[in-house]
Design a protein around this ligand. Structure first.
Ligand SMILES: [Mg+2]
Length: 295
């Protein structure tokens, strides 16, 4: 199956698209980070410097790198600082932060202005309409909060488990607030209380918000076009970043998810790396540096 998606060097338009790009939108978990969400480890947890070496080279070359993640703003603020980056997109596109947090923009998609009550956060509104309780009741043992990463969130809910996405969405569609379930790919939590073997990160987001939507807004605000950006990720939802960028790259480990492969096949501007996690990220960094040097 992986062979059906071209590798980076096989993609006919990749070099030109890389050369034109001055912004990279990057997923974190399962993409830049290795096992245990370490930037100094590969997918198996072995010490590995590929990602940090690549980051140093990209920072020196002046590529704007924007973390684009399901993580919350508190987590991303610190991680961005650590790696020397100024802007990030958090909570799957609901929060955009600029200039080290000097400016923050929120997005709740198609929600009406009165969707939240006075003083209520969008996160609390999702609790109020009973979205999480509804799913836990419908899929006992198959979905739970992604403890402790579900804390400190302003808009989205972060869960884990394995549910029939279409069936879960049908249930959510009965609620008075438009909420979309996003399966964000395979994870390996150290501890959990689930009865399923394969566990996915599952997010509940206001309908109409997405990573690619946030990327489009970011680029428009910066006076840039999609052709001037590239993206990298490891989940089926990440593949949609191809809509807002010239080229979307999947790290090799992402190809283990059949949903990602199916979605990637539908798009002409998606390719894959040979290496997994941070080493795959470094593969893209090397390709961008080579393309820029040749441009
Ligand atoms: Mg990921």
């Amino acid at each position: 199956m992986p062979g059906e998606i071209p590798f980076l060097e096989e993609h006919p338009g990749a070099a030109a698209r890389l050369a034109a790009a001055h912004t990279l939108f990057t997923d974190l978990d399962g993409t830049l980070l290795g096992r245990g969400a370490s930037i100094l480890a590969d997918g198996e947890g072995r010490p590995n410097l590929d990602a940090v070496t690549a980051i140093t080279r990209l920072n020196a070359a002046g590529l704007r790198v924007v973390m684009t993640s399901g993580r919350n703003a508190r987590q991303l603020r610190e991680s961005s600082r650590l790696l020397g980056w100024s802007d990030f997109i958090g909570e799957l596109g609901c929060v955009r932060s600029y200039d080290r947090g000097a400016r923050v923009v929120y997005d709740t998609g198609i929600w009406r202005e009165d969707a939240t009550l006075l003083g209520e956060t969008p996160y609390e509104a999702i609790v109020r309409v009973g979205a999480v309780a509804l799913l836990m009741e419908a899929f006992p043992g198959l979905i739970e909060y992604h403890d402790p990463w579900h804390l400190d969130r302003e808009v989205t809910h972060m869960l884990r488990g394995r549910v029939d996405v279409a069936a879960a969405q049908t249930l959510l569609d009965t609620l008075p607030l438009p909420i979309t379930l996003v399966d964000n790919g395979i994870i390996h939590p150290l501890k959990h209380g689930l009865i399923c073997d394969e566990i996915h990160a599952i997010h509940l987001v206001p309908t109409g918000v997405s990573k690619h939507g946030a990327i489009a807004k970011d680029l428009a605000e910066h006076g840039s076009t999609p052709d001037q950006a590239i993206a990298i990720g490891d989940s089926a939802a990440d593949v949609d970043m191809a809509e807002a960028t010239g080229l979307m790259v999947c790290v090799r480990n992402g190809l283990n998810d059949p949903m990602l492969v199916a979605r990637a096949r539908e798009r002409s501007n998606v390719c894959a790396t040979h290496a997994t996690h941070g080493s795959g990220w470094a593969e893209l960094a090397d390709a961008w540096l080579a393309a820029r040097a040749g441009a």
